[in-house]
Design a protein around this ligand. Structure first.
Ligand SMILES: NC(=O)c1ccc[n+]([C@@H]2O[C@H](COP(=O)([O-])OP(=O)(O)OC[C@H]3O[C@@H](n4cnc5c(N)ncnc54)[C@H](O)[C@@H]3O)[C@@H](O)[C@H]2O)c1
Length: 284
């Protein structure tokens, strides 16, 4: 038996990065997958987002595990499109038990205030839209998981002068995702449905390996490269690593998705190699 055998999981931002990794890891443990990604760029976001080919590759990797997959392009800002997509996929796959609201952008750096609006719309609004599209289908035992960030706990991670309007919006969105999940957990508990958040530190995906992120970590250079940024990435974590890997986050998602965590709810689970404990004193 797999750890999520027979369950159906909806995952946004599933074309690449952490979302793809979650899709494959959950499928390896027996879940069928609804993989959603917009696969279009956002003008204020200074690095390319996923492509339709990326989403097809995720579907291919899920199929290789022997599980079923429905892969669809949809923008998490479009609540109506999500509702329609989820309704169709649930009737095809026969239920919905796991929601992983993971899609996100990081439009860091100097830019228009539109960057603030875009990141709040996607990282916060998209999370809410995803969960609310799924809610009508969730029953006792279901698990909602949202992707936050250590930026929710550490002011001055992205919401700095260098982060610009998009960095401010990123920090705000992640703090609000954390609070939304906290309050949602209270509402869902009487129905035995759980809600938790995972909060990665630096994670080795295209979001981190991007020019705007290199500039955040090496503000002393005009055009920093990956090689320039890599040593600076270490500053975030307490453990001696530049970043966690998507699989590290997927294993936390898998635990929260499975019945092993059946009484774990309202948890803010950091997968951060000590990034937060390093700088934040213990508080009750
Ligand atoms: N990479 C990091 O260092 C890091 C750290 C903390 C938190 N996070 C969070 O992890 C999550 C996953 O990011 P990632 O690191 O895998 O980066 P990524 O850029 O590889 O993946 C993000 C995915 O979301 C998709 N997406 C973006 N906007 C969308 C929209 N409007 N509708 C649907 N899909 C959309 C993209 O196409 C992409 O496939 C994000 O919420 C991000 O904020 C990342």
């Amino acid at each position: 038996m797999g750890r999520v055998e027979g369950k159906v999981a909806l995952i946004t931002g599933a074309a690449r990065g952490q979302g793809r990794s979650h899709a494959v890891r959950l499928a390896e443990e027996g879940a069928d997958i609804i993989a959603v990604d917009a696969c279009v760029d956002v003008a204020t976001n200074g690095y390319p987002l996923a492509t339709p080919d990326d989403l097809a590759e995720t579907a291919h990797r899920v199929e290789k595990t022997g599980r079923r997959v429905i892969a669809r392009q949809a923008d998490v800002r479009d609540a109506a499109a999500l509702r329609e997509l989820v309704a169709g996929a649930v009737s095809e796959l026969g239920g919905l038990h796991i929601v992983v609201a993971n899609a996100g952008i990081a439009p860091l750096g100097p830019g228009p205030v539109q960057a603030f609006a875009d990141v709040v719309d996607i990282n916060l609004g998209g999370t809410v839209n995803t969960v609310h599209a799924a809610l009508p289908y969730l029953e006792a035992g279901a698990s909602v998981i949202a992707t936050g960030s250590v930026a929710a706990f550490l002011p001055n991670t992205t919401d700095t002068n260098a982060g610009g309007p998009g960095g401010a919006g990123y920090g705000l969105a992640k703090r609000m995702v954390a609070q939304y999940i906290n309050d949602l957990a209270v509402q869902l508990a009487p129905q035995s449905i759980r809600a938790n958040a995972v909060h990665p530190a630096n994670c080795n995906t295209d979001m981190l390996q991007s020019d705007p992120m290199y500039r955040m970590f090496r503000p002393d250079l005009d055009q920093p490269t990956r090689e320039d940024a890599e040593p600076a990435f270490h500053a975030m974590q307490a453990m001696p690593i530049p970043y966690v890997e998507p699989l590290d986050v997927s294993n936390a998602v898998l635990f929260l998705a499975s019945d092993e965590s059946r009484y774990v709810t309202g948890l803010q689970l950091r997968v951060d190699a000590g990034a937060v404990v390093k700088v934040q004193p213990w508080k009750q």
